[in-house]
Design a protein. Sequence first.
Length: 222
Amino acid sequence: MVYVKNFFILVGLFLVSQISMMAFGIAKELSQGMGETNLSLVASIMLIIIVIGNIWVLIFLGKKLGFFNLKLDFFTKRNVGIILGGFILARVIAIGGTFLLNTQGTESTANDAAIQTMFSGENPLLIILLIGISAPIMEEIVFRGGIIGFWLGKFPILGIAVSSILFGLMHGPTNLISFLLYGLVGLILSVAYYKTQRLEISISIHFLNNILAAIAMAFGLI
């Protein structure tokens, strides 16, 4: 029964993690309905406040559930090596996956294309906050802390597999290559978390993976 209860808690945690993106989607749809391509400054500021609040709530819930205790003592030479190694592996997978997609006549994954379309021309701070900061924190709390540390803590191998598969599926793959791309990145994040038992490690790898793309998108470089 405890696994069923924790599963529903995990589902609730996931739904909370989606508040920011849902709010952005609603605001974007309303803006376009009024004939505006991009969000107004007021709407962007309101969304920035919502995103910051959403991050705080999810961190609070992670602490309450006992799998996230943010401390700066994670910043050791060994952990820095794991973070950099995980980031490099994730980039190799991303570049390799993109190359394979290109050979099939596709420039990028459907998820990346959708994000670029949705966020093009929006407030730079909002883009960086949502994609570069919020996504790594909230996705790691749900997929690594929630699944591996909280729900399936006694079955870590199963937790790693479930976390990686669901992470891959959540990014809306349209073919096997894009699923493997996201799934393997999820596997790297999952193993990094399991080996260190520190959510800060997987968040850091995820952050490095997202932040450069977010900055490039925010300033129209891609």
